[in-house]
Ligand binder design. Structure first.
Ligand code: AR6
Length: 169
């Protein structure tokens, strides 16, 4: 099992079996990650997500990928920073629950964006720390997962993530 760190667009991870969506509670299209995924997936993704609304912060659910190059989308609702508390626990739950859904579906590879660090305002460094902690502590468990990829959207995010990841290992 390994962690990969790439700079790129979450909607372009064609070699991954699943991608994680930084969803809104209605599981509708929006800005950022949700916008990019819904745009490429087409209307089927929103239709499939409807039955799970309203999603709770920290929760994760699975749909098909529709027009995306991935078989599955794991939708998770991050905490709105400064509003949903305890923020760190809820953010950790997003990663942990998403990994659980992946395992339940026998998914071998999953790509994550940095949940909550865009429109929801979570500070970048703290958001990265939680992502790394939860993913690394999940890995010793038996199961299908072989690759967890972090997809960073900007140079700053990519450099910060890499520095933190390398300083842990
Ligand atoms: N690929 C990878 N990362 C991206 C992409 C992309 N295409 N676009 C943005 N990011 P956000 P949130 C980064 O706002 O904070 C939506 O409108 C971005 O730089 O997508 O959980 C939903 O509808 C940031 O670091 O998610 C919700 O209402 C990270 O991905 C709300 O935003 C997450 O940014 C969710 O807010």
């Amino acid at each position: 099992m390994k962690i990969e760190v790439v700079k790129g667009d979450i909607a372009d991870q064609s070699d991954m079996e699943a991608v994680v969506n930084a969803a809104n509670k209605e599981l509708r299209s929006g800005g950022g990650v949700a916008g990019a995924l819904h745009k490429k997936a087409g209307p089927g993704l929103q239709k499939a997500g409807e039955r799970y609304a309203p999603l709770q912060p920290g929760e994760a659910v699975v749909t098909e990928g529709f027009g995306l190059p991935n078989d599955f989308v794991i939708h998770t609702l991050g905490p709105v920073y400064g509003t949903d508390e305890p923020a760190e626990e809820l953010l950790g739950s997003c990663y942990g629950e998403s990994l659980e859904r992946a395992r339940e579906h026998n998914i071998t590879s999953v790509a994550f964006p940095l949940i909550s660090t865009g429109a929801f305002g979570y500070p970048l460094e703290a958001g990265i720390d939680t992502a790394l902690e939860v993913v690394e502590s999940y890995f010793p468990r038996p199961g299908s997962l072989q690759i967890v990829r972090s997809v960073l959207f900007s140079d700053e995010q990519y450099e910060t993530f890499k520095r933190k990841y390398e300083s842990r290992s």
